[in-house]
Design a binder for this molecule. Structure first.
Ligand code: UDP
Length: 447
């Protein structure tokens, strides 16, 4: 009689910067519960494990070995990313061995990585196992990476290209018709095409077509024209990770949720700019003035060290209807009935959380894929207003007013409910987002 085959062993490699670890971990949790017989080794830098929800059983945390981040915490994030990426191929190889040892000798049978960790493909290839990438940035922004060279040859590069073509549409690339040159992420045609990180992302765009599958967490609204991902072997659009892997309980150390309880339905502006983007100081002050002048109650997630940029006396004057916190439990905050608008930088995680809670957005994108997200929310889905100019207090008051009290806001709220419903539906058994997730589960199970 033959012995049973060893279990499947999935190694997942995180990109330990910005909000990249949480989405991969959410995917890992969803896969681990869908395939309880398989082993999942989640590999990242040790400090990124602290905020992750507890897991048990078949999902293990494996730290990359030391020396990754020795550029020091005072070094700029791009320096630290550069050091990390330079060391990554070797560390990925070492981590595969650690994961195997930790799993009682069961070899890795599938590699899943953040798309930014595309170097994991070489390791997968050496082991002759499939490589699956998670692209957790904005769905359509993957097209700008896959088509970087086409965009460059069409428009040229650097600031001359931007100056000459800023308002032109990207309609010669299927899927990008609603986008303009000015909405492109930095590093595609402008904003430093030769930096280490831009080169890294261009190579990502070249490598992704080799992935067995590319997983894209998204809204049902983006599940239509799949031919736009034609260069990819298997684009798997799945639902927002906050819906796929809900976490409980979420700590609310600064009491945001009880504070929201005392406000009427859809009356509060929730303000947050994610974990890496910062408003320029002048705009931060104008935003504060605008919140004050608007009279709208607000909950603002803003780190203590940024508060020195607020206007003198701002906190005292707005104390009765404004609350500043260093960190909000954003998912339950957005689901709270009192929240009527999300003033956001349009990071993709924040955007998915907002739309899947049925909250409209006032979009103030800062960099990377955020302008494309803002454009998509305004132009494609009609669930947000893209604040395209520099923030002024008057401009902000007008924008907030239009959303909270105007007819535009009413229409946006009707549309966001539909976008949300369609997404929730597509995640039910038989729905397309759900079917795609099932395909992914079978793939990591080796079927
Ligand atoms: N977030 C949060 N509380 C805060 C600020 C942010 O929970 O006070 C979370 C938010 O829910 C989201 C993530 O941080 O999941 C930010 O991710 P996103 O992709 O929007 O932005 P990034 O941090 O990558 O710029």
């Amino acid at each position: 009689s033959s012995s049973p085959p060893p279990p499947q062993h999935v190694a997942l490699f995180a990109f330990p910067f910005g909000t990249h670890v949480a989405p991969l971990h959410a995917l890992a949790r969803a896969l681990a519960s869908a395939a309880p017989e398989a082993i999942f080794s989640f590999i990242s830098t040790p400090e990124t494990f602290t905020p992750l929800p507890q897991t048990s059983g078949n999902l293990r945390l494996i730290p990359f070995e030391g020396g990754m981040l020795d550029a020091g915490s005072s070094a700029g994030v791009l320096d630290r990313i550069g050091k990390f990426l330079a060391a990554a191929p070797e560390k990925i190889g070492a981590a595969v061995k650690t994961a195997k040892a930790n799993a009682g000798g069961v070899p890795v049978s599938c590699v899943v990585s953040d798309a930014f960790m595309w170097m994991a493909e070489s390791t997968a290839e050496e082991m002759r196992v499939p490589w699956i990438a998670l692209f957790s940035a904005f769905t359509l922004s993957i097209l700008t990476h896959i088509h970087t060279d086409d965009l460059r040859s069409h428009f040229g590069i650097e600031e001359e290209a931007m100056a000459a073509h800023a308002d032109e549409p990207l309609d010669f690339i299927p899927g990008l018709a609603a986008m303009r040159v000015r909405d492109l992420p930095e590093g595609i045609i402008h904003g430093g095409t030769n930096t280490n990180f831009s080169v890294h992302l261009r190579r990502m765009g070249q490598r992704l077509p080799r992935a067995a599958a590319v997983v894209l967490p998204t809204l049902a609204a983006f599940e239509q024209d799949l031919f736009v991902y034609g260069k990819l072997n298997l684009p798997l659009l799945i639902g927002p990770l906050n819906l796929l892997s809900p976490t409980t309980p979420i700590s609310d150390k600064e009491h945001c949720l009880p504070w929201l309880d005392s406000y009427a339905s859809s009356s509060v502006a929730y303000v947050a700019f994610g974990t890496v983007a910062f408003l320029p100081p002048a705009e931060l002050a104008e935003l504060a003035h605008g919140l004050e002048d608007s009279g709208v109650p607000f909950l603002w997630s803003i780190k203590k060290d940024l508060r020195s940029g607020l206007p003198d006396g701002f906190e005292e004057r707005t104390r009765l209807r404004g609350k500043l916190v260093s960190w909000a439990p954003q998912v339950p905050v957005l689901s709270h009935p009192a929240v009527g608008v999300f003033v956001s930088h349009c990071g993709w995680n924040s955007t998915l959380e907002s739309i899947s809670a049925g909250v409209v957005m006032l979009c103030k994108p800062i960099f990377a894929d955020q302008r494309m997200v803002a454009r998509a929310m305004e132009e494609m889905l009609g669930v947000g207003r893209y604040f395209d100019d520099v923030i002024t207090r008057e401009g902000f008051v007008t924008a907030v007013d239009g959303i909270m009290r105007g007819i535009d806001g009413k229409r946006m709220r009707e549309r966001v409910k539909k976008v949300r419903e369609k997404t929730v539906e597509a995640m039910l058994p038989g729905g397309r987002l759900s079917e795609n997730f099932n395909v992914l589960v079978e793939l990591v199970r080796g079927r």
